[in-house]
Every structure is written in structure tokens, then in C-alpha cells.
Design a protein around this ligand. Structure first.
Ligand code: PAF
Length: 282
């Protein structure tokens, strides 16, 4: 496994891999790798002859400087995880390499970024879309793997790739969960033991919503209420939003008539967690 810090270096290595006839998979990350990232890397390694993992904590997607500074940075451990999961190249650029000067060109996602996290984290998806576009241009991979845990991020990227004719195939990968159901996230490390236990109520709430949908309920209000009632059993969990939204456009729906996601964001103390489940009516 090679570790590279420059765009020129990673681009050359990827072009060499492609000249050897290898398909190139890409897993963009901000490091602090956990089992969810490992599943993305392993999936890419199983499907592609070369897998590039980027590790870059992107300042332009954080709304609060403090959140950016407190984001865990665990490069040595991450490199081990990449190696074990089958990565061929790790691209770990500096901030100067990615942003040598303040940007004057940005990717501004439209309606797909308007609700849900987009409403509570202004500018977040603009930062995500822009850095992902920059990474796509640096790496020039055939496929890029993204976790379904960040469902709105995935929809923003799928929309960007389709609308801007980017030549990369986006591969969604199912959420990996801890034994109690909590979705794997780099932020889980900041939870105390009691908070970690309480956080499992989020997935329990989503499952309650899913049970209603599977039983034939199509009113989003009723589905939301079922989830909120379950989540409400843990008073330490402060729900930021809990919505039923169209799976592709991320617009909240009143009635379920096509593929949807039930999405939640909630705070436990100072830690913000997100999770979601998908449902496709028969
Ligand atoms: O999901 C993440 O870790 C980040 O948002 C991403 C896609 C690597 C962009 O910085």
C-alpha cells in the first residue's frame, strides 16, 4: 500500500493502475476509520483491481470551527485499517494541497440539500460537494463508494455526478451497526458509555417507523409519530429532525408513494448523530 500526499502523485499512480487494466475504486473519508469505512474499502477491494482511500478532514464542510478542531485525527491507526481492508493507495493531502488558495469556485447543491441536515447545517453540503468534486478530479476513479448512513450526502453526490456528467459510478453501501443497533460513526467515540446506550434508541425509533410502513401505513405523520414516541423514551436524546423523505430528492413527503427514507438527526450532550432506514412500497 502506497501513501501519497500530492494530487499529482495520486493521479499518476491511478493512471498507472488503469494502464495495467485495473478498475479503480475510491473511498473518500475524513479518517477516524471504523467498521463502516472498512466495509466500503473491503467492498471496493473485492470489486476493483486498485482501491484508493482518501483521508482528509475537510474544513469547508464544518459549520463550527470547534467541531472541525475536535474531529478525531488517527492517521497511524487509519493506515493500518486501510492496509488490512485491502487498500492499494492512501491519499492523505495537507490542507495546503487541497486548498492552496481560498476557493472562488464552489459546487452549490440545490433542492436536494435544502431540508434535513441542509436546514440545520448551512453550507455543509456545499463544502461536501465541492471537496468530493475536487477529490474525484484528483483521483479519477471508475467507482466511488459511499455509506448509506449519510443518506442525504449520498443523494447530494449522486445528483452532482448525474447533473455535471462526472464519469464515476457511485456505489451505495449499507450502514454498518454496532451490536445494539447504533450506526457506526466517527462521532460515536465522543459518546460516554451511558450516552452510547441511550443512542441505540435512534435505530429503535427508525425500526418502529419501518414496522408501520411495512404494515401498510402510508401517512408520513403517523410513521414519524411512531418513531418519535420510541425515541422520546430516552429523555437525554434531543431530536433535531425526524422526517420521511423521498429517497432520491430528499424532499419530505406527506404520503409514501415511492421509495423513501426515514431520517433522524439528534443530539446526545454535545454530540450530533444521524441515522436512517430505507423503505420501498410493494
Ligand atoms: O463522509 C465523509 O466522511 C465526508 O463528508 C467526505 C465524503 C469524505 C467529504 O469530506
Amino acid at each position: 500500500m502506497r501513501v501519497m500526499a500530492t494530487i499529482a502523485g495520486v493521479r499518476e499512480a491511478v493512471r498507472a493502475a488503469r494502464c495495467e487494466g485495473r478498475r479503480v475504486g475510491f473511498v473518500p473519508t475524513m479518517g477516524a476509520l471504523h467498521a463502516g469505512h472498512v466495509s466500503l474499502i473491503a467492498r471496493s477491494a473485492a470489486e476493483c483491481g486498485a482501491t484508493v482511500v482518501s483521508i482528509f478532514v475537510n474544513p469547508s464542510q464544518f459549520n463550527q470551527a470547534e467541531d472541525f478542531e475536535r474531529y478525531p485525527r488517527t492517521l497511524e491507526r487509519d493506515l493500518e485499517a486501510c492496509r488490512a481492508a485491502g487498500a492499494s493507495i492512501v491519499f492523505a493531502p495537507s490542507n495546503e494541497e487541497m486548498y492552496p488558495r481560498p476557493l472562488s469556485t464552489w459546487i452549490e447543491p440545490g433542492a436536494v440539500a435544502e431540508h434535513l441536515c441542509g436546514r440545520f447545517r448551512p453550507g455543509h453540503f456545499r463544502g461536501v460537494a465541492t471537496v468530493v468534486a475536487k477529490l474525484f478530479h484528483a483521483v479519477e476513479a471508475d467507482r466511488a463508494y459511499f455509506g448509506e448512513k449519510d443518506a442525504q450526502q449520498l443523494a447530494v453526490i449522486q445528483t452532482m455526478v448525474a447533473e455535471l456528467n462526472m464519469a464515476v459510478e457511485i456505489v451505495p453501501v449499507a450502514t454498518v451497526r454496532e451490536a445494539g443497533g447504533l450506526a457506526m460513526s466517527s462521532r460515536n467515540e465522543r459518546l460516554g458509555a451511558e450516552e452510547r446506550r441511550a443512542a441505540t434508541v435512534l435505530y429503535a425509533g427508525l425500526r418502529a417507523a419501518l414496522a408501520r410502513l411495512e404494515a401498510g401505513e402510508r401517512e408520513a405523520r403517523v410513521v414519524r409519530e411512531a418513531a418519535l414516541e420510541t425515541v422520546g423514551r430516552e429523555p437525554s436524546v434531543r431530536v433535531e429532525y425526524l422526517e420521511v423523505a423521498d429517497a432520491g430528492t430528499m424532499q419530505p413527503v406527506e404520503r409514501v408513494s415511492g421509495p423513501v427514507r426515514v431520517l433522524v438527526a439528534a443530539w446526545l450532550g454535545g454530540v450530533r448523530l444521524i441515522d436512517n432506514v430505507g423503505f420501498v412500497p410493494g
